[in-house]
Design a protein around this ligand. Structure first.
Ligand code: NAP
Length: 259
């Protein structure tokens, strides 16, 4: 399928690895020029060079922490008038509800709620003026089904979800869609570190922890960043203009719900 994206330009935040990288590569494959971001410059430049070689698109890299005001200013300067924004950042650390203080919540809100909101506020007006735009926020299945050790994520991402529900309906009339992709467990560094957390807590091996977590997924495996990227590219495509304010689970069936 031709996604109709050739020559578009996208800002993909937190994209040197994992789900962000999956989105960046799928968009590049569809002919989209990229502004890519991560904190570590070396890994970021390496994947950018691979994308230039594989797909022949333009890739600008911005090494910074996108959850800070300075980082946001840097990515926005490099982004200019982008057509597509993919919001992403590292997830909050695991823990349990009695442990978290105000500062822990502020950090989670900054990273996983207020950063995407700031980038939406900065970039969507230009998309509306030009009559076309796509925003995809990488959130989590924890929005639909809370994960006990990820209460900071459950909370901050629920806040972003509420913001998107309202805002997406206020901008759709100008050709701009905002949607959320909700990953269940995907095979990335983040999943490896959560596997290790389970192994440490339960005194089992990492392989046993992974097998335990796979058993909770009807598909019987972790998702891949390529599958996730393909879903993101479709949501950004010309064919997805009628999908507005949705929360789309990519979880292999893990959330046991009818709707
Ligand atoms: P990952 O494999 O650890 O990759 C994270 C990427 O984001 C890296 O490129 C990292 O590069 C970059 N990054 C992290 N913090 C950043 C920051 N403050 N500023 C700029 N770049 C930053 O993680 P992932 O599995 O792809 O997860 C992506 C998001 O999806 C996270 O919010 C995670 O909580 C959520 N999620 C993941 C899963 C899963 O199973 N994988 C499930 C549900 C939700 P640097 O370290 O160099 O900055």
């Amino acid at each position: 399928m031709d996604l109709g994206l050739t020559g578009k330009r996208a800002l993909v935040c937190a994209s040197s690895k994992g789900l962000g990288l999956g989105c960046a590569r799928a968009l590049a494959e569809a002919g989209v020029d990229l502004v890519m971001n991560a904190r570590g410059a070396e890994a970021l430049e390496a994947v950018a060079e691979a994308i230039r070689g594989d797909f022949g698109v333009e890739v600008v890299t911005v090494a910074c922490d996108v959850t800070t005001e300075e980082g946001q200013a840097k990515v926005l300067e490099a982004a200019g008038a982008v057509d597509i924004l993919v919001n992403n950042a590292g997830g909050p650390p695991p823990g349990m509800w009695p442990d978290w203080e105000r500062d822990d919540f502020i950090a989670a809100l900054d990273a996983n709620m207020l950063t995407p909101i700031a980038l939406i506020k900065a970039l969507v007006p230009g998309m509306m003026d030009r009559g076309w735009g796509r925003v995809v926020n990488i959130t989590s299945q924890s929005v639909k089904s809370p994960i006990p050790v990820l209460g900071l994520s459950n909370s901050a991402r629920a806040g972003l979800t509420g913001y998107v529900a309202g805002t997406s309906r206020q901008v759709a009339g100008k050709g701009v869609t905002i949607n959320n992709l909700l990953p269940g467990i995907h095979a990335t560094d983040r999943a490896d570190s959560l596997d290790k957390g389970v192994a440490d807590r339960e005194g089992i091996s990492v392989d046993e922890a992974k097998a335990q977590r796979c058993a909770t997924i009807p598909a019987g495996r972790y998702g891949t960043k390529e599958e996730f990227g393909a879903a993101c590219a479709f949501l950004c495509s010309q064919h997805a203009g009628f999908i507005v304010g949705q929360n789309i689970l990519l979880d292999g069936g893990a959330v046991n719900a009818t709707l």
